[in-house]
Design a protein around this ligand. Structure first.
Ligand code: GLN
Length: 276
């Protein structure tokens, strides 16, 4: 007997109820997976397709999410700032919290623009490409140790029309980089070895992008001593931090002879150290 499928709106409600056990954003996850199954944007889905029949591909996508796979790895895309970043299991999924760094940079430069940007640990190009989209005359260099992540960054730069202004380089933080930059961005790994992470993160995202020694500070210990030579006059470096790391990272910055300022995210938690 032919089964009459659920309508999209009913399937979304049922999926959101099931996803509530694994996700803090069950309705959003369901909508993003449904839009992906239908091959359209979430806006188009919500505005025009709620009365369609549930697409057959949706059930398998839902099962993957119920098994804790991040939505961005299932759909292959994540919105960040003004752009969409394509991302897969070899690179850290862009997080809304990291937009705090771009906001801090926009505040620093006000009606000016940075001429040059350096993104240390660029991953799929998240911070670099958001900044290059923000300032249309600016050129930038993204560095990462992962060839896999750099390939994603290159593809993102080209797809977004930012390729001509984005250089991508395999490297170990700022080792071998001689020039100065107006804006330096970094979302390095900062999780301590003992910290508890949700299974989405622990089982799916690359450990190299997450963990940084016993106290989670190893990447800052590698990056911060190079900042005095890397920051151009009038420039700024903005480092993402874990919410308990503000004092420790500020101390490293002061030890390097620079001035740290704390920046909080939209939830009011410490999220970045702004270095001048
Ligand atoms: N904010 C990320 C998380 O807790 C960690 C990202 C990082 O280590 N840079 O999932």
């Amino acid at each position: 007997m032919a089964e009459r499928g659920l309508k999209v709106r009913q399937a979304l409600a049922a999926a959101a109820a099931r996803l509530a056990t694994v996700s803090e954003t069950p309705r959003l996850d369901a909508e993003l997976l449904m839009a992906h199954a239908l091959g359209m944007s979430r806006d188009d889905l919500l505005l025009r397709r709620l009365d369609d029949v549930e697409p057959p591909a949706f059930a398998a996508l839902l099962d993957r999410r119920l098994a804790h796979e991040p939505v961005a790895y299932i759909t292959g895309i994540r919105a960040f700032w003004t752009i969409d970043i394509a991302v897969g299991p070899g690179a850290l999924v862009p997080r809304a919290d990291s937009e705090t760094l771009i906001e801090a940079a926009v505040d620093h430069f006000a009606d000016q623009s940075p001429v040059t940007i350096l993104d240390l640990g660029t991953g799929p190009g998240t911070l670099l490409l958001a900044a290059l989209d923000q300032w249309r005359q600016t050129i930038g260099l993204g560095v990462d140790r992962s060839t896999e992540a750099l390939a994603m960054a290159r593809a993102n730069a080209d797809r977004l029309g930012l390729g001509a202004r984005a250089k991508l380089l395999e490297g170990d933080w700022a080792a071998g980089i001689e020039s100065q930059f107006d804006l330096i961005l970094a979302n390095p790994p900062y999780i301590g070895l003992d910290e508890v992470l949700p299974p989405e993160v622990r089982e799916h995202e690359p450990a190299d992008a997450l963990f940084a020694g016993a106290d989670g500070l190893d990447a800052y210990r590698a990056i911060v001593p190079d900042l005095p030579r890397l920051i151009a006059p009038g420039g700024v470096a903005i480092l993402e931090i874990g919410h308990m790391q503000a004092d420790a990272v500020a101390a490293l910055v002061e030890a390097a002879g620079l001035a740290p300022a704390l920046r909080r995210d939209l939830a009011g938690r410490p999220r970045a150290i702004v270095v001048t």
